[in-house]
Design a protein around this ligand. Structure first.
Ligand SMILES: Nc1ncnc2c1ncn2[C@@H]1O[C@H](COP(=O)(O)OP(=O)(O)OP(=O)(O)O)[C@@H](O)[C@H]1O
Ligand SMILES: [Mg+2]
Length: 390
């Protein structure tokens, strides 16, 4: 009994020792874990301490530099730091002169071209050979310069009075053009006309007759029985019988014709103005007269009224070899002239060409190389002046 008690006492003690052992083993494991945790923290701590040390060093360096800078700048508070220094530009950014000037140049050039085209488009006069051909469809026989006439002088006698002038040269050019226009038909009846009054028909007719008369037998007829002017320009007697009397059969040819002394030029003035000039021109008698005169003269030059107002010129032109169409340069609208030319052509006229009268020779377009010639001095040399006075 006592042994059993002793054994059971030992067994209890053993059990208790076993329980103590397992409790101690748990404590050991716990302690091991806590030791591992503290080792890790120690490692983290040392890493953090390194960081602190590095940052401390950086801070010290920074503070050292800051103090140094503050000392240099008189301990003023730094409000800004120059990160990138400004660079001074040598060339101004504004205004961009080249761009402005070149744009202005191009724009003004375009504007000038547009204005030139507009002016050309709006300009309906004729001022050059090219204009005459393009706008009227006829060749230019010559451009006759505008001359400044001293009181009482008529442009109709300039060919005789100023033979060396540009004016006379232009008349000679017309003559040459006409001679060349029908070299196989030397006998010619020419009608000088224009679209409106005052363009220079009578002037061209008289001067052309004077020019032709140097080489041929020429008859100048004033068939403008509405506003005759040839007698006046040539200083002939107004009451002398003329074309009207001749067509009416009231006078003989030799009584009506004036012979210009010292030349081969004869003149048949309009005579007394009839009430029905067109009827006279349309008459068979007039036609027969032209045929008769054509046999006597090499060239017949007929001055006529303007086409725009009456049909006389159309009738005369239909019977002539050709028509010289006078146009006042830079003045008469080309549409008006074109209509007159069309009317003449419809009547059966042959158009020899255009004479651009009263042209401003300062405008070089008219005469090419002769453009700079001083047209004011149409009396040219002194001997021309004395000739005009004679
Ligand atoms: N080239 C010119 N330079 C200066 N004046 C001129 C020129 N041609 C003509 N004249 C003048 O112009 C005026 C009209 O000329 P002219 O009498 O020859 O024209 P016209 O066409 O015959 O006129 P109308 O229709 O009245 O018969 C005249 O005083 C004349 O002297
Ligand atoms: Mg006239």
């Amino acid at each position: 009994m006592q042994v059993a008690d002793v054994v059971s006492g030992f067994e209890r003690e053993y059990e208790m020792a076993r329980a103590n052992e397992s409790a101690l083993a748990g404590s050991v494991a716990e302690a091991k874990q806590s030791i591992q945790g503290s080792n890790r923290k120690e490692y983290e701590l040392s890493a953090l301490e390194r960081d602190v040390k590095t940052n401390q060093e950086l801070y010290d360096v920074f503070m050292g530099e800051l103090k140094g800078t503050a000392a240099v700048s008189g301990m003023q508070t730094v409000v800004a730091r120059v990160v990138d220094p400004a660079i001074v530009n040598d060339t101004p950014i504004k205004p961009r002169k080249f761009l402005v000037v070149s744009t202005a140049f191009v724009l003004s050039l375009l504007l000038a071209i547009a204005i030139a085209f507009l002016m050309e488009y709006l300009d309906n006069s004729v001022r050059s050979a090219e204009d005459a051909e393009r706008k009227l469809g006829l060749p230019l026989l010559a451009a006759v310069p505008m001359v400044e006439l001293a009181g009482g002088i008529s442009a109709g006698l300039l060919y005789r009075d100023a033979p060396k002038s540009l004016f006379a040269e232009a008349i000679k050019t017309i003559r040459t053009g006409i001679v060349l226009s029908g070299i196989d038909h030397p006998k010619k009846t020419l009608v000088v006309t224009s679209s409106v009054p005052g363009e220079g028909k009578s002037t061209v007719a008289i001067d052309l007759a004077l020019a032709h008369a140097q080489t041929k037998r020429v008859l100048l007829i004033d068939a403008d029985m509405r506003r005759p002017s040839i007698a006046k320009v040539l200083g002939l007697n107004n009451t002398h019988p003329g074309l009207s009397m001749l067509v009416l059969g009231m006078e003989k040819l030799e009584n009506c014709v004036y012979k210009i002394e010292g030349s081969t030029l004869d003149v048949l003035t309009a005579g007394s103005i009839p009430p029905n000039p067109l009827e006279l021109l349309l008459s068979e008698k007039f036609k027969a007269l032209l045929v008769e005169l054509g046999e006597k003269y090499d060239t017949i030059i007929i001055d006529s009224p303007p086409v725009q107002l009456v049909s006389d010129a159309v009738v005369l032109a239909s019977m002539a070899t050709g028509v010289i169409f006078v146009l006042k340069a830079d003045a008469t609208p080309f549409q008006l002239a074109r209509r007159a030319i069309f009317t003449l052509q419809r009547g059966g006229a042959v158009m020899f060409g255009v004479v651009l009268n009263k042209a401003n020779f300062r405008n070089e377009e008219y005469y090419g190389g002769y453009g700079k010639y001083n047209y004011h001095s149409y009396y040219g040399a002194d001997e021309d002046k004395s000739a005009s006075k004679a």
